[in-house]
Design a protein around this ligand. Structure first.
Ligand SMILES: Cc1ncc(COP(=O)(O)O)c(C=O)c1O
Length: 382
């Protein structure tokens, strides 16, 4: 059978693969603890659900304009004005996409030609490398430590005249690291000087437990070198609404609009009405995250330390990045799933430097976290 060379190279999301295997075992009657997938266990606020249902009743079930409805773009622009005192033109500098993943895809597509390259941090979210490769470009990995420190010479040596973008994600999936402002400025300067688009994926911006989230929007002149990606999936647990967005300069946003028109046509109509209400509720969600998610992070840290795993409490996001006593994280995750029914994502999925680690998502109840870590402890014989 004929299959595209480009797609053949792409293995598919490792999180999805381990999730599928866990589901298979579950169907065969096994009791599985899911700590692999980045799906928060809480629900969107009731008034968001009500607004969405109301929108369906009002037959907001058609296509919308490809950029997303004006009222939602206006609400996003107003929200960022409140946050950073920056005026965004909602007509030209804000665009909705079908999930933040498509926002990243479209942002990369905006600047990359076949044969170009994109700098991806290592470790970082599973999909970045695949997104780049699927556009027939090369993903070049820049190692970062848990404080986002990197080797400036290495960054320079990765950069050439075909380097078109750098993807940064803070707070980070999988490590939970939060980029310090000085490092963010250093990366931004490199991008600006080398005409590289800095794609700043800030989807976990509300999940910071120590210090504060540093946004590219706080850097003067950001529009000239950066696009900011965010969305409704994590803060509001609206993953199934498929709503992400990109903020930035008109010229790039216009290209992203073409990607919308080529792919999903537009974001889901009624979901956008839910999102307008969600933004009004954001403080409630931020308080919830500070309270519940921080508590879960502390609980997870305490239990992981208790079973003797090498681990540093994450400053943000929803993941624990855990060193395991194995140099084959895929085998470790698979053996753990078979033996104890605990699903974790192998670190190798997050880039070559992820080997020897697993990612544990703590956006679930303390009961499940405790059961999962107890079983991991048993598996390790501790
Ligand atoms: C770092 C990061 N960016 C983007 C996304 C995609 O978000 P969405 O579900 O809105 O497409 C995820 C989802 O897990 C993520 O972890």
């Amino acid at each position: 059978m004929n299959i595209s060379e480009t797609l053949r190279k792409i293995e598919g999301s490792a999180t999805a693969q381990i999730f599928a295997k866990a589901k298979e075992l579950e169907q065969a009657g096994r009791d599985i603890i899911h700590l692999e997938i980045g799906q928060p266990d809480f629900s969107p606020p009731d008034i968001v659900l009500e607004a969405t249902i109301q929108a369906i009743r009002e037959k907001k079930t058609t296509y919308t304009v490809s950029r997303g409805i004006e009222d939602l773009r206006k609400a996003i622009a107003n929200y960022y004005h409140e946050l950073y005192n920056q005026s965004l033109d909602y007509k030209s500098e804000v665009i909705l996409t079908s999930g933040a993943k498509l926002a990243i895809f479209a942002s990369v597509w905006t600047v990359v030609n076949p044969g170009d390259n994109v700098i991806v941090l290592n470790p970082s979210w599973v999909s970045y490398g695949d997104i780049v490769e699927s556009l027939n470009a090369e993903a070049r990995y820049l190692g970062v430590d848990l404080d986002f420190n990197f080797d400036a010479d290495r960054l320079q040596s990765l950069t050439d005249d075909r380097t078109k973008a750098l993807i940064l994600n803070s707070p980070s999936n999988p490590t939970g690291s939060v980029v310090p402002m000085t490092t963010l400025k250093e990366i931004a300067r490199h991008c600006e000087q080398n005409d590289i688009l800095l794609i700043s994926d800030e989807i976990y911006s509300d999940f910071v437990y120590e210090g504060k989230h540093n946004s590219v929007m706080e850097i003067e002149g950001w529009r000239d070198f950066a696009l900011i990606v965010n969305g409704f999936s994590k803060t509001f647990s609206m993953t199934g609404f498929r709503l992400g967005y990109v903020l930035g300069k008109k010229e790039w946003i216009d290209q992203i609009n073409k990607v919308n028109q080529l792919t999903a046509s537009c974001p889901v109509n009624f979901a956008q009405y839910g999102a307008i209400v969600a933004l009004k509720e954001i403080q409630v969600m931020k308080d919830f995250i500070q309270d519940t998610m921080k508590d879960r992070r502390d609980f997870t840290s305490q239990l992981l330390n208790g079973i003797g795993l090498e681990f540093i409490a994450p400053k943000g996001a929803m993941y624990a990045w855990v060193r395991v006593p194995s140099d084959d994280s895929a085998k470790f995750a698979s053996d753990l799933l078979e033996a104890e029914g605990v699903a974790l994502t192998p670190g190798i999925a997050f880039g070559p430097d992820g080997e020897g680690h697993v990612r544990l998502c703590f956006a679930t109840s303390k009961t499940i976290i405790e059961e999962g870590i107890t079983r991991i402890g048993r598996f390790l014989g501790s």
